[in-house]
Design a protein around this ligand. Sequence first.
Ligand code: BF8
Length: 665
Amino acid sequence: MGKYASLTADPAVEQMLEITREKGIETAFDRAENIKPCPIGSDGVCCKICAMGPCRLVGKVTTGICGATLDTVVARNLARQIAAGSAAHSDHGRDMALALLAVAEGHAPDYRVRDVGKLVEVAHFLGVPVQGRDLNDITRDVAEAALAQFGQQHGPLKYLERAPKKRQQIWKELDIAPRGIDREVVETLHRTHIGNDQDAEHILDHALRTALADGWGGSMLSTDITDILFGTPVPLTSEVNMGALEEDQVNIIVHGHEPLLSEMILMACQDPEMIEYAKSKGATGINLTGICCTANETLMRQGVRSAGNFLSQELAIATGVVEAMVVDIQCIMQALVPVAEQYHTKLITTSRKAKIKGAIHMQFNEREALKIAKEIVKVGIDNYPNRGKSERVYIPNVSAPLVAGFSHEYLRYMQGGYYRGSFRPLNDAIIAGRIRGVAGVVGCNNPRTPHDYTHNYVVQELIKNDVLVVQTGCSAISVAKLGLLGPEALRYAGPGLREVCEAIGIPPVLHLGSCVDNTRILTVATQMATEGGLGEDIADLPAVGLAPEWMSEKALSIGAYFVASGVYVIFGTKNPIAGSEEIQRLISEGWESKVGGKLEFILDPQEMVRKSLEHIDKKRAALGLVEYDPTRYGQSGDIPLAAFFAVPPEKRNLYSRKAYIDVRY
Ligand code: BF8
């Protein structure tokens, strides 16, 4: 066990913490130790929405100056957080739609429609005619139809039609179907203004509506458009962790969320002239890696290596080999500036929406995308000769191979090919009890809890118990670093799950993309629910959602839209509504009785797993499925797998089905 093993499960992060602490460079890990969380804000009982307060509803104080009760205050705070998360995801989606429009109108010459099939599919869904029409006209109409979802005043949102019929009916009956994406976010702010909606349950109903506008609106259309512009992911291999940084190359890290920037930076890095320029400065090439969800976007489609997740961002700079960290929006710590100042790293902000004082701002726009991307990369290349002049250079020799790129389209395809693609094999495996259930494990890192530990623990335990895991965001990067996104993870999988994964040729943990791509999980759940044999609604599925180390408002929005879609969702780390028993009851039992899903904050990882399995088994029983029995299956896969694992790791071809054959024969 290393010195900082209690802070992180990632050995690369551990090594870098040794360096930053030795040098006195402060990171989020240090600040989390030094800054105690405010106990009042922590429990959600601080009301600061007007200047009569802030009112702290603690001890004998049970209402604010206006008379707002504890429950109202806690509900308002949660609703505002969900609205902020919904706004962030959806505004990202809006930018994607605007970029698509710019492509159609010829204002974004460096982009093009890469997945025409997906464009046509989305056009059909949105009611855009395609027959005999010019591609640009279809593209423009798809972009306009998507953009119209934001300002729509009368609902429901078009994307709700992608949910199972029964689910749509529930939303309609409860009157929580979102009308327009922007409208719901604005209405949350209005409702939670001083002296407005003061019925906690009523506030929380609208929080669900606002979250749905994210999941079945802004985020879902973002995933669609990103696939249209950059291609629908298919499985590919790559590598994750700081070992992806290269000592003899210009290292450029893209960090943030929107692939509009990172895809262009990748193109610029691959440009032969830029590579030659890098060589002229003494480097052997240009190495692009990513952090956070922009890493997931470029990993899923292009196989760009990820240097780490949310809590790796400062530490990656501390390697001393990063010539430029290029950021756009979301999850970018302001603390990158003082860390970069200790090194030669140039921190470059690029978004109109996100400047950071002390960083270089090179504003990005779609009209001149590649030109600006090259200028940004050039700043990195020009900075290469400055490396190591005043800083120690150290790259942790830590990385892991992984398989990513599991779009929901590919998941269908892999279960039957082009002509028989469906979710039938997966449903059958669940019905037979080979696979006990499905879990979506997603979300952030949070330095209030040991980095990556809970993600890794929960995912390992779930697959051990024959639960197929789908992942997004920083959680996916966490388990990838542990090697769980590769075929080797089959060694941790339960017997039935292992057999199924081996038969299809997939790992037991599937990477579905960035945080906006949680909508792929909604789509998978819908397809499973409508395939037959597992009920007729998402709420019927033996499935759970977990965000073990969440920290962002976006995570709360995701959690709420999964609940509104019928899923039992467990959040770890901390409970932001701990101040009100009634709100905790409303979002668990209360929401379950309304929408079939519930949200619980469970801080103990073992309890998270126990309750997940209990819920899966409860749903299996409700469907009348055979009771899960871990000893029933596993015979067929054991022999070849045992042979596979008998080969020393360095000799295994991890990414080929041939690997198994080579070993067997
Ligand atoms: O959107 S998982 S820390 S990077 S918020 Fe942020 Fe959380 Fe990571 Fe992606 Ni999602």
